[in-house]
Write a protein that binds this ligand. Structure first.
Ligand SMILES: [Zn+2]
Length: 238
């Protein structure tokens, strides 16, 4: 069964003062049997200079193992249609990273055009904000596919995210850094088709995050959806 990592950071990070290299990702992939890897830039780097998006895209063109996502800039320009990105990354826009949302963004006149354009492009967005912000955002969408990382762990309690979005077919979750028990609760409640495996390198390792999924008490078919089929369907690759 093919395995795709749906969440890694590539390139330099200004705030962390480190860099995740192409070789590092390929090395981890080889160690764990991962065949393709979704990559996006670190937030601090992209906010400082959005040309890092071009570099992510270039790497995707050069090496088919990589699936490049576009870091959505703070002025809410949508994923550029003609450029072969496979998805987007929305990260605490104008808020405090990994900590608190900026609710003024919900009043930004650019938000509705952003949502409209994103729905027209029809690519998924890894979307991280507080639960209340995420809920307000999702209410404004029709069928925009969003992937909430870590089962929502940084934006609130995962079980509250689950309760809020269990009936929302356009809301997906990735398993990076989440506990096995929580992952099982999600699978039991919303099934296998809205959950994606991700490692969140450098904050997790591919091997450990993958072993977590492989050791879940579920069947091979369910694992295959989580490990690659859902992502392939979302980003429209075979
Ligand atoms: Zn991440």
């Amino acid at each position: 069964m093919e395995i795709i990592d749906s969440h890694t950071h590539w390139g330099p990070s200004i705030t962390l003062g480190t860099e995740v290299t192409t070789d590092e990702l390929l090395h981890q992939a080889e160690l764990s049997g991962v065949e393709r890897i979704v990559i996006f830039p670190f937030p601090s780097t992209a906010i400082e200079d959005e040309r890092i998006n071009d570099k992510v895209l270039e790497l995707g063109k050069k090496n088919g193992k990589f699936i490049p996502y576009y870091y959505i800039p703070e002025d809410l320009r949508p994923i550029p249609k003609e450029r072969n990105f496979y998805g987007g990354k929305w990260h605490w826009v104008r808020g405090v990273q990994d900590c608190s949302s900026n609710y003024q963004v919900l009043d930004d006149p650019h938000l509705d055009p952003f949502i409209e354009a994103s729905e027209a492009i029809s690519l998924p967005i890894v979307f991280e904000e507080e639960l209340a912000f995420t809920e307000a955002f999702v209410k404004r969408t029709r069928d925009l596919k969003i992937i909430i990382p870590h089962l929502g762990m940084l934006g609130g309690n995962p079980l509250d995210f689950l309760q809020t979005f269990k009936k929302k077919e356009n809301v997906f979750f990735d398993t990076s850094l989440a506990g096995k028990e929580a992952i099982m609760r999600f699978i039991e409640k919303i099934g296998k088709e809205r959950i994606l495996f991700g490692s969140d390198i450098p904050f997790g390792t591919m091997k450990r995050e993958l072993e977590k999924i492989l050791s879940l008490p579920i069947g091979g078919d369910e694992k295959e959806w989580i490990l690659s089929k859902n992502l392939k369907r979302l980003v429209k690759i075979t």
